[in-house]
Design a protein. Sequence first.
Length: 391
Amino acid sequence: MDYEVLDLPKSGDTVVVGMSGGVDSTLTALMLKEKGCHVIGVTMSLWDGHIPEIKSAKPVKEACYGPGEEENIEECKKFCAEHDIEYHVIEVKEAYRQKVLEYFKAEYRSGRTPNPCIQCNRYIKFGALLDGIENLGLQYDYFCTGHYAKIVRPTHGIFGSEERPCMIATAADITKDQTYFIHRIPSRVLEKVRFPLSSIKKGEVFELAKKAGLEAANREESQDFIGEEYFDLLFADKPSVPGDIIDLDGHVLGKHKGIEHYTIGQRRGLGVAVSYPVYVQAIDAKNNVVVLAPNDALNSSALIADDFVWPADIEPNEEFEADVKIRLASKPVKAKITRYIPGEDDTFSYKGQPWLITFAEQQRAVAPGQSAVLYKDAVILGGGIIVKAIK
């Protein structure tokens, strides 16, 4: 695919920067300020305190959702004051609770593996936060964040159309590439979105931040959306329902503590004793069982996904080939993408047109609930939610 990389903000532009207190967003704001842009910093407030704060002797890991938010906001406020940057805190607690927390719990309880970061980017960072900015009456040319990605425009129409929408392409630092997380952001929103770190390696970011004396350069980076210490508290609104752990032949191997505690491919914490390594191969929410199997039984030749997003909502009209990622950490694999027509024995209720994705090489631990993201020449063509793996 041929495309052009869209220009980053220039001197004189008004830019709103989404800030978390981390090194990436802080350096982004500083770079734009030094470039001559009029920078406005904003931070979204998520933590509503509806689960108790844990007092622990050992440090609680940095996370997106947690009681450390107040400290992060104070750090952002201090940085902006020191650099003469207008700053606002925008509350998105209720939207976050509905779109991320409730989604996260419902997916796990249905035996699926959710991806809260994808949900948060689509509906909160590039949704509720932008709505909050508009409600404040802030006018801006661009909205920037510290994501590792870039915005491009194809030189020709996509999928047989004449449309040339904004699309997401991978960053220079492929080891930190975050395009998988942001693939559901609509093209109309991307028109005013830019990622100034798109051509910078993570190591350079730390070097520049330390050279500038930024306190954020010494902060631990957040690894998840919620600390593992809070997982059980998040699910405390309903009691867990224990059930059987079985093998592929239906033999009971032990008891699980509730299907929300398990995910496809999991090996640790299963609480069973067998003479060979076993992994979670399937989660049957209807019968409340967790199925374990040897590693080879986790391979799939294809998957079915639905609830797709496409650039400018332009859906392909024929079969095509692309590289697909089935989770953030997986390497892209070549695949054939074909419209899936459900048969009479397929009673699943699909969201929109489902697609069959057939891998060139078998893939391990395909997890329903995760996203299958399609790339062509390092540009995202679309993505959907995995419904089921084809063994």
